[in-house]
Design a protein around this ligand. Sequence first.
Ligand code: PGA
Length: 249
Amino acid sequence: MRKKMVAGNWKMNKNLQEGVALATELKQLVINPKCEVVIATPFIHLATIAQLLKDSPIALAAENCADKPAGAFTGEVSAEMVKSTGAQYCILGHSERRAYYHEDYDILREKVLLALQNQLKPIFCIGEVKEEREAGKQNQVVKAQLEGSVFNLTPEQFQNITLAYEPVWAIGTGLTATPQQAQEMHAYIRSLIQQKYGEQIAQDTTILYGGSCNAKNAAELFQNPDVDGGLIGGASLKAPDFLTIINAR
Ligand code: PGA
């Protein structure tokens, strides 16, 4: 049985004190979740929040890591450093990283490998932009993203990957994919995994939906057989909303 998951992506929000307050609130609210619950926080929050979450079912993720293992890369944070904070997951390939920081297939392939080498589980994001969807190219785009950065992995490595389908036109826009659009794409992604790694791994891979998923629409999206949970941006910044989404899973 594949893992169900709800992951929050705080992005560049909350200073350290605000982040600690939100994590404390979530720790009190999330007691016996029926799914894996993850929060992804800015790097500087990780060490403090990892301590805070020690006796909680909530797991911790970074939102990125460097594409180099160590050395003279001013301002970067390595996968090893992330791991040393106590975080267990690392979001990679988010569309904001691809678009604003020019992270291409090759860079992301390196990041995924470094995360895995450091026992961090990647939450790898894929998804098309609006023009690509309008041109009917969404399947092509998502396939190329998978082939470019994660289909090089061995089956053993790939089993540590969680995928997040995030249509870029739905992120932070209030324009959610319809449950049908989400299901179609998730089933397509699972068919690609099946072709590459076989039926068992395809059935075991967790595929999250992200993009304006909120307390109101989560249950409907999660009802789809191939939607295993959500990667939640804006709605993960308010504990009661995030809890409603967790409970919808
Ligand atoms: P959103 O962001 O829920 O605010 O649309 C999702 C994401 O970018 O992961």
